[in-house]
Design a protein around this ligand. Sequence first.
Ligand code: CAO
Length: 430
Amino acid sequence: MNTEDVVVPATGNDGELEVIEISVSVNSDVDVDETIVVLESDKATVEVPSPKQGKVLGISVSVGDKVKEGAAILTLELSSAVDSSDKNEPPQKRNPEPEPAPTPTPVDNKENKYLSQKDNAVSIPVTQGTVHAGPSVRKFSREHGVDLGRVSPSGPKHRILVEDVSAYIKQQVQHAQHSVGSTDSSMLINKALPDFSQYGKTSTSSMSSVQYKTAENMQRSWSVPHVTQFDEADITDMEVFRKQQKTIAESRGLKLTPIAFILKACAYALQALPQFNVSLDLSQKQLIQKHFIHIGFAVDTPHGLFVPVIRDVDQKNIWQLAAECQDLANRAKEKKLTPSEMQGGCFTVSSLGALGGTCFTPIVNTPEVAILGVSKAQMKPIYVEGDKFEARLMLPLSLSYDHRAVNGADGARFTTLLTKVMGDLRELLL
Ligand code: CAO
């Protein structure tokens, strides 16, 4: 077996150089002039090319080691066709990868074309070990503050090209511009996620625009100081009434569900307690009171969550509300809502009643200041008078509100009023 030890060549640098990258691994095949290690001094980065073609038998250095001219780097098992006369010559300019500007800047060692000055250096977290990039690419990335470990390589043998760094910078700039004026999307960007595939099989898919928008809205709303007030409305009589209307509803082509009554009850409570029908403008230290009652309701669809808004709920009767709910929910499922149909809400209802659950803590749909969560109605024994209990149908309500706009006592007033009007529809229907 014909072997050869490859050592650190003359680099024009008398001091120590740090091994910042090992570009090959044991048992890998290397060509003449292929980079085997990258060394760095405080002034320059040096790529050391292989003087021969062969297979790497062993590597004598590790990333972080400090080495000088003549120090052993690795041992090669030479290919049979190799001419051994050119042993350990200083690094020569080889057929470099295409590297647009900036080009490497030679330093005082005229022979060494691989050196690049480490000017304008900024502190970049360096991903160790797996980055393959030439000196000019490293210089370019340093100048722009790019961690090469985050850049996808497109060059031969997974080398990072200047174009790859440019594409990464462009992507980051576009993302930053997109975030401005919407929400603080940077908060949505995960810091570095672990590689989950080390724990088991994974797969990746892109988020839909609806999913991403929902995530942005939730992130923004999450900054609101929330309180959730729970209560239960006795809807036994309301349900008797609703069921009595079923045939009429069918003749109108409608499905009359509790949501129409809930919307009407919310409009009633918003009229009685207008402090829930505001938005806060803290930058102007202003409270914006709305003198209209537009209520959104969450619709679960295969494409994600939509919140169409019904205008002037206080001025509409139960049939009108049921018809609008049905139309908007159907069109949400078909992705046929217009943007204006999802804007202008003062308050939101999120009904999970058909799905189950005893209560939940909905997130306020900012800049609104309150949202009502509705869970599944259940028959419960309710204490009525004397020692008597009656079976009543109880509807769980969860009112979340922005505690900067609404006081706790008002939260309790709001749910108490809701339970009152849902328990006795007469006031509501007048
Ligand atoms: N308790 C018990 N039963 C209820 C109920 C409740 N709170 N609310 C509805 N139901 C019943 C309905 O009466 C209907 O039964 P009947 O046919 O016997 O009358 C059945 O459940 C199905 O109702 P529905 O879901 O078709 O209609 P709906 O008007 O109650 O709801 C809508 C419409 C659009 C609100 C609902 O389809 C929906 O999308 N809900 C999910 C909202 C959501 O995802 N919220 C979370 C947002 S935050 O992540």
